[in-house]
Design a protein. Structure first.
Length: 164
């Protein structure tokens, strides 16, 4: 159903392909967490970039929430869409970016899984944290806090399970 909504909203095909790849990566990460809500992860991962049907700027998450809300999605799905950018955006960063002054940092397990899966997929290809760090260093003015949040997410969701 989510793919049909993406198509109906005229989401670019490459964004749909990216969302499917993010969903697969999110399911892979979720294997470490039996308590994770896979249905919620699937909906959130597939819809996380629906706002890119209207804008490719940082506001795509907010636009995405507006679109998904029109389709009647729950607050849990809307939160995934809103909080998926990078490793989250703090209230202070949001203010500096011209967004509504609030925290966009992922809170729930499902939000964290989708946000991090999105970090680890570039286009449709899987990348590692080092790739993401280098990309952020080249695109952001002061990426240090973002990189710290990225590493923390990676440690919480992936690294803690590497030795098992």
């Amino acid at each position: 159903m989510e793919i049909e909504i993406l198509k109906k909203e005229k989401t670019p095909p490459n964004v749909i392909d990216h969302s499917v790849a993010v969903c697969k990566k999110a399911f892979e990460i979720a294997q470490n967490f039996p308590q994770a809500n896979l249905e919620l992860i699937e909906k959130g991962a597939l819809l996380h970039d629906i706002g890119r049907s209207r804008t490719h700027g940082i506001r795509h998450a907010i636009v995405g929430v507006e679109i998904a809300r029109e389709y009647g999605y729950s607050e849990d799905v809307l939160n995934i869409i809103e909080r998926h950018i990078g490793a989250g955006i703090t209230k202070e960063e949001a203010k500096n970016l011209g967004l509504f002054e609030k925290s966009y940092v992922p809170q729930s397990l499902e939000e964290k899984i989708v946000a991090h899966a999105d970090n680890l997929i570039s286009g449709t290809k899987e990348v590692d944290v080092d790739f993401v760090i280098e990309k952020w260093k080249s695109r952001m003015e002061n990426p240090d806090d973002n990189i710290k949040r990225l590493i923390k997410l990676d440690e919480e969701l992936i690294q803690a399970f590497k030795d098992e």
